[in-house]
Design a protein around this ligand. Sequence first.
Ligand code: GLN
Length: 500
Amino acid sequence: MNSTSTLSEIQDFKGTYPKQIWGLFFSEMWERFSFYAMRGMLTYFMVYHLMMDEKVANLQYGATQAWVYAFTFIGGLFADKLLGFRRSLFWGGLLMITGSLLLAYDPKNLFFLGIAFNIVGTGFFKPNISSMVGQLYKDGDYRRDAGFLLFYSGINLGAFFGGFVISIGKGTLFADTIPEKLRWNVAFGLAAIVMIISLINFIFTKRKLGPIGASPIDETKKENKWKQYAVYAGTLLLIPAIMKMVADTQYTDWFMYLIGPFSIIYLLYEMTKNTAAENKKLGAAFFFIIFSVVFWAIFEQAGGSLSLFAASNINNKLLGINMDPNAVNNSVNSLFVIIFAPIVGILFIKMARVKMEPNSVIKFGLGFLLLGLAFYTFYSIRFSADAKGFGSLNLLALGYFVVTFAELFLSPIGLSIMTKLAPYRLQGFMMGMWFLASAYGQYVAGLFGASISPDKNADNLQKMMLYTQGYKDFALYAVIAGIILLAISPFIKKLMQEVK
Ligand code: GLN
């Protein structure tokens, strides 16, 4: 334990990664385990245990996702103003644990209450841990992107294992050890336990973080303490409102119409306090954020239309071995991320040492082109279809292989670039805006997915044609976005100034 590290001691680390990154890596890994475990169970539990109509369940699932990511904006904002990253993270973690415990206690009757706690909790946890990763690095340190890539492996390690928790609920895992009537309680309870591990791990990590993540206000002053208590109390008061709004998705639509414009107006207001150079950087950050909405709208087909497509139109042979195409659809991307994120990170470092590393704008542009290539691969599945409309699982997995590189060129780089472009006092806010873009992306992904969904009486071959035609269109959108980004890259680079 060395509680006295100064910022420069932390940031002047030798080697590839700062040692504090591992603590943040594991806390985020367990948090994502909890989050993806819950996410994986949502729609299934709604349809098979709360007896909801599938369409309603899909809408509520979309609303939950949109709220989770929209709330990161609020979590980031309060971290900057009052709580600091550490307290925000801890508060978020406690809310998530409470939510999962409520679900574990009575998943049927406390369902929406538990979900509401989880939404708000994730909002306080998720953006702020990423911001702390950024603070381990000095401005201009060429190792920062690699750090975020490593952190991103942690995210996916958690996501990968979290995805299996649903099997405990369904009774396809540990069925002999857990009595049938307790299976869902145990599954949701597991989400609470891993979140407890995440926080305990953070308590140890915190000691090594020196001043990183401390509160932005003088906490010895009584009135400042009261302001923090007011945030905690306000959060709890919000929970019933969130509960209501998730259950009635029309409110989510309204919220989504309002929060984006509000965040932009707030950003403009904050910009009045900045220097021109700082504002140019925020302008550049804004381009990254807007493009990321398009990226997630296409990428997030994975949890929506692609999973329905996998269920109805993909065979079950992966390299000759029998596999559930839905399991491949859900987890192969995480697996590839875990394997390739550190490799891509080290590659970037090597390229930086010989001054060959592509700039972040170029990485983003390449990310879009790769996303296009991946969706052309999904399109190509139609050429492997048999007479019943079943296509190749190998091609689906190949598409995800390419998607993984698209994601690695954009998502961790986006986290990293937010920490490079935001002035210190707006770090949490900008990270929140980055995730808010994910909220919009998820939202648009639902609309995109619905626009290519076949109607009820379509046969399998027609479904194959409709879905793959949709993927071809999305591929084209991605390629167009990539070309635009590469074309305007000189302008964005100018706004970024010395930032790479
Ligand atoms: N899969 C990543 C995570 O869970 C990115 C999510 C996102 O920004 N949409 O952190």
